[in-house]
Design a protein around this ligand. Structure first.
Ligand SMILES: Nc1ncnc2c1ncn2[C@@H]1O[C@H](COP(=O)(O)OP(=O)(O)OP(=O)(O)O)[C@@H](O)[C@H]1O
Ligand SMILES: [Mg+2]
Length: 354
């Protein structure tokens, strides 16, 4: 259970409906509809595994076939699961896409928000290389309290360990296939064991996830929360950064954000990303890394693929710029196909119902 990159949060079924005309209220609207596995934390875990590192996902599903389908999918992707099952529904996100490409999202986070401390395998998290938390897992629900407890448990960790030798997941594959992680209760640690692991030190990476989520939570309150967590790596996009710092311009917001984390990455869609980090001499570095030129098909999940590839590369080489370049290039492959986790290079990877 050592050296996993662990992601905590939502796994969801994404339903995309491409509507040709407008939505016809109270009657039929014809659409091309497809389903895809999604959820920010689960997307991250999938990309980590596909890139070739040991990947684990901590989350919760409902007691329905959608949860079973999503778990099978993650298992087939080679992700180690610490997933509990509640009596409610699994998360479903419906995206209505009009002919201009504009998306209207109908979100149901279901059992995802009910993740409790008792569901979590502390052994897995305390021996991780890196723990990834989409801010969705901090905004609301029982999961937010659970994640804060987990973070206080891993606190006291030493900062920035670069050049960690990631063990290839494939070494563990036979064990994993036989494991019964998905069975309720089989993986639980006794929480009194915490102290045993107090000297372990995974890096913490947070993605700000949603400007709407920050707005609802309260930007100042959320800034204070981030200050108390002090992540090692902080990902956001421009809207999320500007929501966090509503009173200043973009450049000032980038400067202000350096108080939150040692490495800040602001994702800018086709403009690539801006990186702001303190190097080992405590010197501040701010620079932009260009995106790849690519024909956009669907940008869903580009941010999650970016985060996963950045974290992987950073753990591997400790070089922020190289990691950002790697992240831009994986994200560009993701947006060239439908769904958050397209099987790049594999055709017919979609389940389409017209
Ligand atoms: N039009 C594009 N052309 C090239 N690369 C792109 C484009 N859109 C996104 N990307 C790549 O994907 C990365 C992440 O996308 P984006 O900036 O939209 O982040 P995000 O808002 O977190 O995404 P998400 O909506 O998935 O949460 C970008 O930094 C860039 O590398
Ligand atoms: Mg994002």
């Amino acid at each position: 259970m050592n050296n996993y990159i662990v992601s905590i949060g939502d796994v969801a079924l994404d339903i995309f409906s491409k509507i040709k005309g407008g939505l016809c209220y109270a009657t039929d609207t014809s659409a091309i509809t497809s389903i895809h596995p999604g959820g920010s934390a689960a997307n991250f875990a999938t990309w980590i595994s596909r890139i070739g590192a040991k990947s684990a996902f901590i989350g919760r599903v409902g007691n329905d076939f959608i949860g079973d389908y999503l778990m099978k999918d993650l298992k087939d992707e080679g992700v180690l699961l610490n997933v509990s099952k509640g009596s409610g529904y699994t998360a479903i996100i419906i995206a209505l896409i009009d002919k201009s490409g504009e998306r209207t999202m109908i979100t149901h986070r279901g059992e995802s928000v009910n993740l409790s401390l008792e569901d979590v395998d502390f052994n897995l998290i305390s021996k991780a290389n890196l723990v990834f938390i989409p801010a969705y897992s901090l905004f609301t629900g029982k999961i937010s309290k659970t994640v804060l407890e987990l973070l206080s448990f891993v606190k006291g960790r030493s900062k920035i360990i670069s050049k960690i030798d990631l063990h290839n997941f494939k070494d563990d594959l036979p064990n994993f296939k036989k494991s019964n992680f998905y069975k309720e209760g089989s993986h639980r640690e006794i929480l009194d064991n915490h102290k045993e692991y107090k000297n372990k030190s995974p890096l913490i990476a947070i993605d700000l996830s949603s400007y709407g989520g920050i707005k609802k939570y309260g930007p100042k309150k959320f800034e204070n929360l981030l200050n108390s967590i002090r992540p090692d790596i902080l990902f956001c996009n421009k809207d999320e950064l500007m929501t966090l710092y509503p009173k200043v311009n973009f450049n000032e917001a980038i400067t202000e954000s350096k108080n939150l984390s040692l490495i800040i990455i602001v994702k800018l869609g086709k403009e690539g990303c801006i990186v702001n980090y303190l190097d080992e001499n405590a010197k501040e570095n701010v620079f932009r890394v260009k995106a790849e030129k690519v024909k956009v098909v669907d940008t869903t999940g580009a941010g999650d693929a970016f985060d996963a590839s950045f974290c992987y590369k950073y753990l591997k080489c400790g070089d922020v710029k190289k990691s950002a370049m790697f992240a831009n290039s994986l994200a560009s492959l993701v947006i060239a196909e439908y769904g958050a986790r397209p099987k790049i290079g594999v055709k017919k990877n979609r389940y389409t119902i017209s």
